[in-house]
Design a protein around this ligand. Structure first.
Ligand code: DSN
Length: 417
């Protein structure tokens, strides 16, 4: 039986894809960890490399027919090294979680201690949360932010490092809107002879553009996803010192993964080439300008922002003074055509399912071409929707305005199913 190649081989599936494309086009995408890849990245990600097994690494594979897979992976590695200035890179992780798992496995034995950022203060599940492999396999300890400034408490970091003597300290997270001082992390790691790992998934694009300090010279291992500010396909990557290269590579394959997704490696290579272009820096600058403009509007409308503002692509809004939960805000915004997510804020008294915070990001909207004056409009939609969060008729009117507004910023105009 040969595979079908007619234009519309599966009406049911095609309908779902059309709906998703329409959702992406007609709503304002403000989930801080999402973005829109270029049409080139989309095309390479859907390429014939999906057919190829290539377990192993360039010039050392377990299957025949890998000569082009070798070329591809070597090219992707070279681009990542050039962009981030690292000694070694593994471009095979299927996601950030598997990148983190391989990083942990390469330097830790089960039962050893890790020190990561408290999830409720902006950390990530894989940095030691009890529900993740990281909390199940290792002894965990956490540092957090100061209650008064909501900035990372570097004294607490050092004190926790000295008290718990971790083998690995982890910097980075998924809801921290500020620059991180990696020197302080290096000092803490050196003090207790721990490895330092930085998970730069959220701010990798900013690092690539020189708008966020690079963790590469200071950390032993840097992990990232490729689909957030870096604007590549959904996937992961690990950058490390040469001395850890073998251990990292062995933990990705055969340690925790089988064959790499070479079509995704192709898409990563395409995205890395885009990130090496000079206009990528302008793009990243615009992300931050947009986020800061939105922050100003929210503050003017009486919202308190965690840490008082943002240095990055993300904003964490404290909704408590408006008697609103993250859950209610997320639902209301969705009805109004703005996609965002509820998020715990530091010292939150609500559960993770409800939360007192709303996380907003500007990477995806900036990709669509929105600049500061457009963020003024977006801020109006958000503020109006939150103010009238229980008024479905009002939310639906905002939804209509959002839909009209998004037409000014075409997304994948040449794409159809
Ligand atoms: N799920 C991602 C985020 O939203 O930040 C992190 O893995």
């Amino acid at each position: 039986m040969s595979p079908k190649d007619d234009h519309c081989p599966d009406p049911q599936l095609t309908a779902i894809l059309r709906h998703e494309l329409n959702r992406q086009r007609s709503k304002l995408e403000m989930i801080a960890s999402e973005n829109f890849v270029s049409e080139a990245v989309l095309r390479f990600g859907g390429s014939v490399f999906t057919n190829k097994y290539s377990e192993g690494y360039p010039d050392n594979r377990y299957y025949g027919g890998c000569e082009w897979a070798d070329e591809l992976e070597s090219l992707c590695q070279a681009r990542a090294k050039k962009l981030f200035g690292c000694e070694h890179v593994n471009v095979q992780p299927h996601c950030g979680s598997s990148a983190n798992m391989a990083a942990f496995f390469s330097v830790l034995k089960p039962g050893e201690t890790i020190l990561g950022m408290n999830l409720a203060h902006g950390g990530h599940l894989t940095h030691g949360a009890p529900v993740s492999f990281s909390g199940q396999l290792y002894k965990t300890s956490f540092y957090g932010v100061r209650e008064d400034t909501e900035l990372i408490d570097y004294d607490d970091l050092l004190a926790k490092a000295e008290a718990t003597r971790p083998k690995l300290i982890i910097a980075g997270g998924s809801a921290y809107p500020r620059i991180i001082d990696f020197n302080k992390f290096r000092e803490a790691a050196d003090r207790v002879k721990a490895y330092l790992m930085v998970d730069m998934a959220h701010f990798a694009g900013l690092v690539a553009a020189g708008l966020f300090p690079s963790p590469v010279p200071l950390a032993d291992i840097v992990t990232t996803t490729t689909h957030k500010t870096l604007r590549g396909p959904r996937g992961g990557m690990i950058l490390c010192r040469k001395s850890l290269a073998k251990a990292i590579d062995e933990q990705i394959f055969p340690g925790i993964q089988g064959g790499p997704l070479m079509h995704i490696v192709a898409a990563k290579a395409a995205a890395l080439a885009e990130a090496l272009e000079p206009d990528f820096i302008d793009y990243q600058r615009q992300i931050v300008k947009n986020s800061q403009r939105l922050a100003t509007h929210l503050i003017d409308a009486g919202y308190r922002l965690v840490s008082g503002g943002t240095d990055t692509h993300l904003i964490l809004v404290d909704l408590r003074s408006k008697k609103l939960t993250g859950q209610a805000a997320e639902k209301a915004l969705d009805k109004a055509g703005v996609t965002a997510n509820k998020n715990a804020i530091p010292f939150d008294r609500q559960s993770y399912a409800v939360t007192s915070g709303l996380r907003l990001g500007t990477a995806a909207l900036t990709t669509r071409g929105l600049v500061e004056k457009d963020m003024d409009v977006v801020a109006d939609y958000i503020i109006e929707a939150l103010r009238h969060h229980e008024d479905d008729a009002r939310l639906s009117k905002i939804r209509q305005r959002v839909e009209d507004f998004t037409k000014k910023f075409p997304l994948y105009p040449n794409l159809d199913f």
